[in-house]
Design a protein around this ligand. Structure first.
Ligand code: BT5
Length: 284
């Protein structure tokens, strides 16, 4: 594999510009794990804090949504999970993490990515990153959210496709393939964690300080995040098909609501709210 190497954790620690996330024993690196999300969820039930980041160079059973598999080439990708205890609803977490991935990619290597609803990060219509959020509750009843992020950084698409799925040849991409040179994973992770921490703490603060009545009216940061997320969605304003299991729903992607649900105008004129599924863009 061209460009594969183990993450340099000392370099990463020096680059980190966070106050809390991944600092000291909140950074856990293992060269190989089954899934960083699984490990982070185990930790969530063993320790009371948050901002713990589980990092690896290779997953043996990387998880996608709906029981699917996330493929990686050892030593080439960003594969991490962050243990969080959000006071705000999970859709907002998906919004800030998608934005963070897009912004951190741009900051690190100047590549412009967009968001395909609900959780795909695309460059030139190919998937460069995916996000998986899994929630649970701890012993005190507080919500635990594991935010898993996978980004294809170095190496060629062919190497990814050879790992498991030939279809990735046409649907996936890597940052190196797009920008023509290798990208520092340590720098990308540092940018990612810095941005996610800022947005996360701002939202925590907003939800901690607002009363239930004022919540509906003023939530300046969450409103801003929703708007920013909406403006980065490449899904809106076009004809789409949403695969939901065996069912296919098609129509025009009109908007998203405050919960992040997709508002689809069906050909019959009816407006339906889509909560899950895989969006495809019909050709012809
Ligand atoms: C996702 O699921 O996109 C969520 C991926 C989250 C992965 C991270 S890595 C760190 C953390 N630990 C984990 O175990 N997981 C998280 P979904 O939308 O279901 O997309 C999965 C589909 O994307 C697969 O069925 C493939 O078609 C495709 N795929 C798999 N690996 C890919 C890759 N490396 N690049 C692009 N597409 C991929």
């Amino acid at each position: 594999m061209d460009g594969a190497s183990l993450l340099d954790i000392e370099v990463l620690r020096r680059l980190l510009d966070t106050q809390y996330f991944a600092i000291d024993d909140r950074l856990l690196y293992q060269p190989v794990v089954d899934s960083t999300n699984v490990l982070a969820m185990q930790l969530a039930h063993q320790r009371p804090d948050e901002g713990v980041v589980v990092l690896t160079d290779s997953q043996t059973t990387g998880k996608g949504r709906l029981g699917r598999h996330w493929v990686d080439v050892s030593g080439c990708n960003v594969l991490l999970s962050i243990l969080l205890r959000p006071l705000f609803p999970p859709p907002l977490l998906l919004m800030i993490s998608s934005l963070t991935v897009v912004d951190a990619i741009a900051e690190t290597c100047g590549v412009s990515a967009t968001i395909k609803w609900p959780n795909d990060i695309l460059v030139e219509n190919r998937k460069v990153a995916g996000i998986l959020i899994e929630t649970s509750h701890d012993q005190t009843g507080r919500m635990v959210a594991i935010l898993g992020i996978g980004i294809n950084v170095n190496g060629r698409v062919q190497e990814l496709a050879e790992q498991a799925q030939a279809s990735l040849m046409t649907t996936a991409t890597t940052l190196e393939a797009v920008c023509g040179h290798m990208v520092s994973r340590e720098t990308l992770i540092a940018h990612l964690l810095h941005r996610i921490e800022m947005d996360y703490l701002a939202l925590q603060h907003e939800y901690m300080s607002s009363s239930p009545i004022s919540k509906e009216q003023y939530m300046p940061i969450s409103r801003l995040m929703r708007e920013r997320w909406r403006s980065r969605l490449s899904t809106l304003g076009r004809a789409i098909q949403v695969q939901q299991g065996n069912a296919l729903v098609s129509g025009f992607a009109e908007d998203v609501d405050d919960n992040g649900e997709l508002l689809l105008r069906r050909h019959s004129g009816e407006l339906v709210s889509i909560t899950w599924g895989d969006v495809g863009y019909p050709t012809g």
